[in-house]
Design a protein around this ligand. Structure first.
Ligand SMILES: [Fe+2]
Ligand SMILES: [Fe+2]
Length: 339
């Protein structure tokens, strides 16, 4: 899946209460180490001192990214039973399973910042946490599996490859593996569209319709325009984010322009052009009001996605209980052996 470039929380002062001289000294040394690591473009690890705002920003970003991965399973899981062949069914199942794995890596990375997975999950199912707005759109036809893979996973790759160099070690390392799998996801989506495009006229129309519906939401995955993204600057200063939203969006459009020709389809945007002066790809206007509405929970499928997540969480209660009971039993055994 795909993590959209979710707004990170604003930078804020550490806001610590007056500390003892020893604490102040430790903080000063920690800050100096942190500044040096960032200046060297090296990595901060979980046990390192870090500014409270850096921790909070990362926790917000990584948990939102994790939520996006697991909510992102839903639009495609919806089509597993209706895949047109055994081959397509097994590929789609593998892809959806990959997304669950991405969620797992990212929840684990977020936990290293001091948040429990239970709390993150509670926030998600209570509707308090955000996830990528793209997954609140419905997957209406089999061709949507192609468009999601090609456009949504494609945008995710554009967004996430630079995150492999994020300054927080566990996040960057998780992204390396995720990006490899996202490449497979995009490829399988492209291949679905290619086959449909070379099929009957009705199949080609279905592919074009899916591209038409997913194009603009995919472009909005990069987040609001730079002028309207005040927190990006701080994230870039911390080497979490490497390129601005508009820069990444422009690169993505450039990639899609070439690939859509191979597909024999078109992008639903007659304003795509390469600007020789800025050396950037430009696109038509996007509906940012719609983006904000979907992000605020008023998209076509928000309620359904959260309801399904709640049901899945409840259905999985026995698995969590069994795993906890097994872990307790193993711990007791170890204690008995040690005694
Ligand atoms: Fe994916
Ligand atoms: Fe993913």
């Amino acid at each position: 899946m795909a993590a959209q470039n979710l707004q990170s929380v604003p930078a804020e002062p550490t806001g610590q209460a007056p500390a003892s001289a020893a604490t102040t000294e430790a903080d000063a040394a920690g800050q100096a180490h942190f500044d040096r690591v960032i200046a060297e473009d090296s990595r901060i690890e979980p046990k390192d001192w870090m500014p409270a705002a850096y921790r909070k920003t990362l926790l917000r970003q990584i948990s939102q990214h994790a939520h996006s991965e697991i909510i992102g399973m839903q639009p495609e899981a919806n089509w597993i039973t209706r895949a047109p062949s055994l081959k397509r069914k097994s590929i789609l199942m593998a892809k959806v399973q990959d997304e669950a794995g991405h969620g797992l890596y990212l929840y684990s990375a977020a936990e290293t910042l001091g948040q429990t997975r239970d709390k993150m999950m509670d926030d998600l199912i209570a509707g308090k946490a955000r996830y990528s707005s793209i997954f609140n759109y419905p997957a209406l036809s089999w061709a949507d599996m192609g468009a999601i893979g090609w456009l949504v996973d494609g945008a995710a790759i554009c967004n996430q490859v630079p995150l492999c160099r994020a300054s927080y070690g566990p996040y960057g390392r998780a992204m390396v593996r995720i990006c490899k799998e996202e490449s497979f996801h995009q490829r399988q989506g492209f291949e679905i569209l290619l086959e449909l495009s070379n099929g009957t006229e009705a199949q080609k129309q279905m592919a074009q319709d899916a591209v038409n519906r997913w194009y603009a939401p995919a472009l909005m995955m990069f987040g609001p325009p730079d002028d309207d993204s005040p927190n990006s600057k701080q994230s870039m200063a911390w080497n979490i984010k490497r390129f601005s939203n508009d820069e990444l969006r422009s690169r993505f459009v450039g990639m899609m322009v070439e690939q859509v020709k191979v597909l024999g389809l078109t992008l639903p945007d007659d304003q795509v052009r390469y600007n020789e002066d800025t050396k950037k790809w430009e696109h038509g206007p996007l509906d940012w009001h719609e983006f904000q509405e979907v992000l605020a929970g008023r998209g076509p499928c928000n309620a359904q996605r959260l309801e399904r997540r709640r049901e899945a969480h409840d259905d999985g209660a026995w698995v969590r209980e069994a795993a906890a009971a097994y872990a307790a039993k193993q711990l007791n055994k170890q204690k008995e052996y040690a005694a």
